[in-house]
Write a protein that binds this ligand. Structure first.
Ligand code: HAM
Length: 423
């Protein structure tokens, strides 16, 4: 048997209701905050990710799905969305749309990681990006959005962690200080960190294995230049003024190289293991770094697969939106033809209607209607058609009643307690 690839998933039945629930909240919030959707390809030139995410990051070093296409080009399944947004910004001249430009995206991302609960090889992100503002107000809006997104999902037990990772001007001095601090401790750090010491020293701060050593490392806040420091202070004030709870986490450095100034994450307190539900920050140099003008930007991305795990864990149940309102069960040939007309009529009245198109007896049809969760079945036979009535069965109480077709819509609305206009 051919099986799906490790670290991927089929999403169906009950599961899909969670996705529709989350996607509904995304569409609602992005509209409220006036962010526009952008859809970019799921594969890009490999060079894009090397130059933006960073040659020495884990993502580029270990996790990319990179292959040569039949034309001999090196292409990569996108491991994240921000690099593509930056590329699209330059390529399509988004600068002409004015600043700030506020975009959002939803879609699959690919990282060759060790699969476990909440960590997949094909996972899904929802991300937002504000391009063309260097002001802390833009960072604030992104963070405010992220908090409201998590709350709108019904998740309340979480922490917002925030830090500054400095900029191209002040980070070199900080790197030097870290090098000095770790230089006498190389025999005590893990093998990965030994490599990172040479290539990506900031990442030593957020290594789970070397937490104790990181505790006494120099703080970036002692090295921030005046501009970064002022930016951070203003952001903190905005968060405080707007009653957004946060914790400053000096070890938060993020796994991607393009960040400047603000870095933040939201972690669930109940998820355990893979507890980071979203992360983001400012990336003022990225667009320039890949060939555009200097366009300061800030954004975040949330892991939807992880969020859905969390919703289940917290017993947040999406509604019954996916279940049909009514199942139409035609029990003979005349009724079969009529059933499509009746279904059509009911759909026009805004009911969701499931027609049973399998030839079987009424008992089995009712069994299936109940299995798919239809609260009402309409049973149609030649007799009903001739008398201009339909037989309506309440699947919960078992009660069955014949109703003239003309009154059906109002009657069904009453049963479903729906407010619909017209009949
Ligand atoms: P990231 O922290 O690498 O940031 O990913 C964002 C979120 O994607 C994580 O918080 C996590 O929930 C989810 N995620 C990452 N890897 C996996 C995985 N293997 N399986 C399941 N979920 C995963 C970024 O990708 C940046 N582009 C965010 C950003 C946008 N920064 C600025 N703008």
């Amino acid at each position: 048997m051919i099986r799906r690839i490790k670290g991927t998933q089929d999403i169906y039945m009950e599961e899909i209701t969670y996705w529709h629930y989350v996607e509904g909240i995304i569409l609602d919030l992005t509209k409220k905050y006036a962010f526009q959707e952008i859809r970019t390809p799921i594969f890009e030139a490999t060079q894009l990710f090397k130059r933006s995410v960073g040659e020495y990051t884990d993502v580029v070093q270990k996790e990319m799905y990179t292959f040569e296409d039949k034309g001999g080009r090196s292409v990569t399944l996108r491991p994240e969305g921000t690099a593509s947004i930056a590329r699209a910004y330059i390529e399509n001249g988004f600068i002409n749309f004015g600043s700030p430009l506020k975009l959002f995206y939803v879609g699959p991302m690919f990282r060759y990681e060790k699969p476990q609960a909440g960590r997949l090889r094909q996972f899904h992100q929802f991300g937002i990006e504000t391009l063309g503002s260097e002001d802390p107000e833009a960072d604030f809006e992104i963070i405010d959005f992220s908090v409201n997104f998590v709350k709108a999902l019904g998740i309340n037990d979480f922490q917002l962690l925030i830090n500054s990772v400095g900029c191209e001007k002040c980070r070199p001095e900080y790197r030097k200080a870290l090098k000095k601090y770790y230089s006498g401790k190389l025999d005590r750090i893990c093998d990965d960190c030994k490599k990172r010491y040479e290539t990506n020293i900031l990442r030593l701060l957020d290594c789970d294995k070397d937490r104790e050593i990181a505790k006494n490392a120099p703080s970036i806040h002692d090295y921030l230049c005046a501009e970064c420091s002022e930016h951070f202070d203003k952001l903190i004030h905005l968060l405080e003024e707007n009653d957004i709870d946060f914790t400053i986490d000096e070890s938060l450095v993020r796994g991607l190289d393009y960040y400047t100034k603000t870095a933040f994450e939201i972690k669930s307190n109940t998820l355990g293991g893979q507890d980071q539900i979203l992360g983001g920050g400012r990336y003022d140099g990225l667009i320039e770094q890949i060939g555009g003008k200097r366009v300061p930007a800030v954004g975040f991305a949330a892991g939807l697969d992880r969020i859905i795990l969390l919703l289940k864990k917290e017993k947040i149940v999406p509604g019954d939106k996916e279940k049909p309102d009514i199942a139409v069960l035609a029990i003979d040939e005349i009724a079969k033809k009529e059933s499509f007309k009746i279904a059509e009529y009911l759909r026009e009245k805004d009911f969701s209607v499931f027609i049973d198109v399998v030839n079987r007896n009424v008992g089995n049809k009712l069994k299936h209607a109940s299995r798919i969760g239809a609260p009402i079945s309409i049973i149609l036979g030649e007799n009903e058609i001739k008398s201009g009535e339909i037989s309506i069965k309440n699947m919960n109480s078992g009660e069955q009643k014949n109703i003239p077709m003309k009154e059906a819509s109002t009657y069904l609305m009453g049963m479903l307690k729906k407010k619909k206009v017209g009949n």
